[in-house]
Write a protein of this length. Structure first.
Length: 117
């Protein structure tokens, strides 16, 4: 008869957390531990009871109004990103124009920083 192998506390807690969160089904957990245990289902059920989360993290479903507000916020973000990109391009163009004017006209357009002399 095959000897049942022991499981670490972190392994038990991990599998319980995966099942509680819905990232793993009981069937998947049984398959995972079938080769290491004679009765994986009862073993996993014990772990689920032992490592039950103290706080349930359930979020309410978004209302239609909240979805619209989120969509509007995403749209506004895209608009602002486009405006920022345009402003950056304008800044580069103005800096280039000043560089060319200073070079061709041999005058200083930019204000020099530091103490006046």
């Amino acid at each position: 008869m095959e000897e049942q192998k022991s499981f670490s506390k972190s392994e038990k807690r991990w599998i319980a957390r995966e099942i509680h969160s819905g990232r793993m089904t009981m069937g998947q957990a049984k398959e995972y531990y079938a080769t290491r245990s004679k009765n994986p289902e009862s073993l996993i059920r014990n772990w689920l009871r032992e490592y039950k989360p103290e706080i349930d993290f359930t979020l309410p479903v978004m209302t239609e109004k909240e979805k619209q507000k989120l969509e509007a916020a995403h749209k506004r973000l895209k608009e602002l990103e486009k405006q920022l990109e345009d402003a950056q391009m304008k800044n580069i163009a103005l800096e280039t124009m000043i560089d060319i004017a200073e070079e061709q006209l041999k005058i200083s357009i930019r204000k020099k920083s530091g103490p006046k002399q």
